[in-house]
Write a protein that binds this ligand. Structure first.
Ligand SMILES: Nc1nc2c(c(=O)[nH]1)N[C@H]1C(S)=C(S)[C@@H](COP(=O)(O)OP(=O)(O)OC[C@H]3O[C@@H](n4cnc5c(N)ncnc54)[C@H](O)[C@@H]3O)O[C@H]1N2
Ligand code: MOO
Length: 641
């Protein structure tokens, strides 16, 4: 078949995930191979047969203590009031722990229970019982006894028992070899010089690492060019070398999505399209009896699909149960909408607030790798649900240890680089005490405190009437709540412009007059409120600002956007400009303060948090960024009316 003969396939199935998996496992009779490996390097491998001891351990009667070997019968007369003397080499010999016990003796008396009279004589006052303090032959392992059953994943202690039982090598299931084929003309190897349209090939490494984690052996191939001929060749080679094949991507309906056609030409396609979001365009098939899985290109879809279909195969091949993740009951901090007819997999952040686990959905975009890095767990919403309400109790699968979630500090509010510094210093004090931050802007941060969804927020909200920062907003929106305001930083806000300030922007009027492309912040962000109040002050309107509608969610995203465009300008903090190598023209000094719930303030985590922000190391690091002054008087204000 040539390129042109491939028709564009646009219709995907919506097969239930479990059905698709069961059909695949059912269709393929995976026959594992067996190999012999040295016991010393067998950690994590799975026994292919029951393993029996070749030796007894110990293989002789051994002293269990340091002391003397005796005949118990010779000691029966010993008594507290009638000490008994024993003669060396006739009635006893000295032994150390582990020494063989000569045939004529049958008990050991510990050195602590002896009185040495002279070089040849000891005195005892308690008789010995036969076989006391002796490890009989085979006390640990008896020759011929089964040390381990078949299908057992070897742990460090198992290796010890095997070696003790004289097993120096053993039959294990061969690691299933998984060929990983990254395809796509846009892909380049990490470290290449990038031009627009290039994408770093990173999925392959993630897949290979998962395969290793699950006990398989990854065979990561070079990038395969997107055409049927090369894809076909790559699959044929992979089928010869591996037990399972992963092909990424081209699983969907694009004009270059050849994968499904090549698989059906070379073998069979069982499924194309499953009822999940994300991850829908998965292909499940076989070539020459080997499973082949086409996973979508988008990283999140790809990793989930790998877990749904490859993980069971890898474990099934090894003949062991797939380990289950811990689950946790949580209350939803926000509503989660869902597709009817498909399972939704929603990445979640979880925090322990006011004695309850509160979970909030992260971005649903399938291209955001960082959402997998940040996720504390995943919520699976069933196909017959239209969504779950705020406050509803649900169960999620955990991606992180419970302790880390329990100790995590939730920060929801306006992003500032100093919060990342607090996070790393906090972690230095306690590895489990990290900041889980959502950058939602100042007002949304205040609302999160109000709804009990966060421990801390960072805000910089100028009240246009009083020209006072923050306090008026806290009093307005958090009245009646137990919160603590901590004066935190003074920071410079200014115009972030490309290096050299090509449009020579100095004032807000310049943005209008020079037709600069403005990079705005989202509604409710302190920087947005500052910009809007500058507009009002200079009698300008939003319509006069080019780009006003496009909203970014952090200072750094504004700076990243400015870096992309010669004629652009944004409003943000100095540190964001300098991090991106951009110029900065100061506009205003503002107060960025922290608000925390009283219960967090009083908690262990709150105390550590305060210790960190008052530390010399923190103050020094923040001031070194430039554009900041830390507030020396961080006296907390309690709001409780
Ligand atoms: N008309 C339709 N378009 C799309 C559909 C659809 O149903 N109809 N489904 C969308 C969904 S959902 C997904 S998921 C993607 C899957 O697309 P493909 O599997 O064909 O993947 P590509 O388009 O080739 O790539 C998507 C994206 O991922 C990047 N990618 C690919 N491989 C790698 C790699 N090895 N490392 C890192 N990144 C990789 C690729 O460059 C793209 O940016 O289709 C939607 N479209
Ligand atoms: O189903 Mo795609 O896999 O949403 O991202």
């Amino acid at each position: 078949m040539s390129d042109k003969e491939f028709k564009r396939k646009v219709y995907l199935q919506d097969k239930p995930r479990k059905q698709a998996k069961d059909e695949l496992i059912e269709a393929l009779k995976l026959i594992p191979e067996i190999e012999t490996v040295p016991t010393k390097v067998a950690l994590g491998r799975v026994t292919a047969l029951p393993i029996f001891a070749n030796l007894s351990m110990p293989h002789y009667h051994a002293s269990a203590m340091d002391g003397i070997a005796v005949r118990a019968e010779d000691t029966y007369e010993a008594h507290e009031h009638r000490p008994l003397h024993l003669k060396k080499n006739e009635q006893f010999i000295y032994v150390d722990t582990g020494n063989p016990i000569p045939n004529e003796f049958n008990a050991v008396i510990m050195v602590e229970d002896l009185q040495e009279i002279d070089d040849e004589t000891v005195e005892i006052i308690v008789p010995a019982t036969p076989w006391q303090n002796i490890r009989p032959v085979g006390e640990d392992v008896v020759c011929g006894e089964m040390i381990l059953p078949q299908g057992h994943s070897l742990r460090p202690v198992d290796l010890g028992a095997l070696l003790a039982g004289g097993v120096q090598e053993l039959p294990v299931i061969k690691k299933p070899r998984v060929a990983i084929l990254p395809t796509g003309n846009e892909l380049v190897q990490p470290g290449s010089t990038m031009k627009p349209g290039d994408i770093i090939e990173f999925n392959g490494t993630v897949f290979a690492s998962f395969v290793q984690e699950w006990g398989g052996e990854p065979l990561l191939s070079d990038i395969v060019v997107d055409n049927p001929k090369h894809i076909r060749q790559a699959i044929e080679k992979a089928v010869d070398e591996a037990d399972m094949i992963i092909i990424n991507a081209g699983s969907s309906a694009g004009s270059k999505d050849y994968t499904v056609h090549v698989i059906s030409e070379l073998g069979k396609v069982y499924t194309h399209g499953i009822a999940t979001r994300p991850g829908k365009p998965v292909i499940l098939g076989e070539v020459k009896g080997k499973p082949i899985i086409g996973v979508p290109g988008y990283p999140v879809s790809a990793y989930l699909a790998l877990e749904w279909f490859l993980r069971p195969l890898v474990y099934h091949y090894q003949g062991i149960e797939e380990p289950k993740r811990e689950t946790l009951k949580v209350r939803l901090g926000r509503r989660v909408v869902s597709n009817m007819g498909a399972e939704d997999f929603v990445r979640m952040n979880v925090g322990f607030v006011n004695g309850e686990f509160i979970a909030n959905p992260l971005t649903r975009a399938a291209g955001v790798t960082m959402s997998m890095v940040r996720a504390d767990g995943i919520l699976v919403v069933s196909p017959d649900s239209q969504g779950l309400e705020q406050g509803e109790e649900v169960e999620i699968e955990l991606y992180k240890p419970l302790e880390a979630i329990q100790k995590g500090v939730l920060f929801t509010g306006s992003h500032d680089l100093s919060i990342d510094i607090v996070s790393s210093l906090l972690r230095k004090k306690d590895v489990n005490r990290q900041i889980i931050s959502s950058h939602v802007g100042s007002l949304a941060g205040i609302m999160a405190i109000r709804k009990g969804e966060t421990h801390v927020t960072g805000i910089h909200l100028l009240d246009p009437e009083t020209q006072v920062y923050n306090l008026p907003y806290v009093e307005k929106y958090l009245s009646g709540q137990d919160v603590v305001i901590i004066p935190f930083l003074k920071r410079e806000q200014g115009w972030i412009v490309p290096k050299g300030n090509p449009l020579n922007i100095k004032t807000i009027e310049d943005i209008v007059e020079k037709g600069a492309a403005y990079v705005n912040r989202q509604r409710g962000a302190g920087t947005r409120i500052l910009f809007d109040s500058l507009l009002t002050k200079h009698s300008l309107t939003a319509e006069q600002i080019q780009g006003y509608e496009r909203e970014m969610f952090s200072h750094l995203s504004v700076a990243a956007e400015v870096k992309e465009k010669e004629n652009s300008v944004g409003l943000g903090v100095y540190s964001a400009a300098s991090t991106m190598g951009l110029d900065f023209i100061p506009v205003a000094d503002e107060s960025y303060d922290l608000v925390m719930t009283k219960s967090f303030f009083d908690s262990e985590g709150g105390k550590l948090f305060l210790e960190v922000i008052q530390s010399d190391e923190f103050i020094h690091t923040v001031e070194h960024l430039g554009g900041y002054k830390t507030v020396r008087d961080q006296t907390p204000k309690f709001l409780n009316n």
